[in-house]
Design a protein. Sequence first.
Length: 277
Amino acid sequence: MNPYIALTRPGNMVLTAIAVVAGAFIAAGTNVSDFQMEILICCFCSMMLVGGGNALNDYNDRETDKENHPERPIPSGKVSADSAYTYAQSLLGLGLLILLLALENKMPFVVALIGVLLLIAYENGLKAAGIAGNVAVGLMSGAVFLFAGMAVNDPGPTLWMFGLAVLATITREIVKDIQDLEGDTDRRTLPSRIGIGYSLNLAILILLIAVGLSYTAMGQFEKMAWNAYVGGITLANATMLFGIYNAKQEDYFMGQKNIKQGMGIAMLAFIAAAGLS
């Protein structure tokens, strides 16, 4: 893979675009076809912003990645640190500029701008601030659904996905911090502050709150949509809880992976329910 493409983590970019389409469908339902151009622009720009954010993350993590992820483009010597930084700035700036100029509705730009500012704060301090850094990543992940809702002028229905994504992402980030604990010598992550045991207990508590919250969304749906949502969200919750089980067994890689899989299933549950409503 081209190292500049690898910097952006294309898998994450595609997932973000899918999340934008999903959020737009959840918000607009069958009227989503009325916003085809807006959704297309938001998908393209969200991929640029996520790619730029990932490149910036690689730039800032270039020292710790020598131990944690030596195969990444910067520590492997495939891309210079300066080039990666310029590349990240270009993607972030261009993504924001297109949103500002191409959309009549400026709210997606506002959400994206807040997300980029939060990203910069994260990379320049919050990352090393324990749970505050995890919360920042959670907010950035959840904001994708608000961003999509804004694109179709109705963010209300996406608030559930926003809340669930924030909580599930915080949980996953804690597990990832435990996984990277030995290599994160220059970061004061939550596990390095309070220990692995307490960090896992907090992750369990946050995920249980997310599980409980997920079932309060049932009131939005009726009949077949209700059945689709309850079945899908139950599978999603079981997958994420299995991830926590794996983390408790010290398989942190599978733990965070299962949580991410559960988040994807939850998104599909919302999509299915919105389509049947």
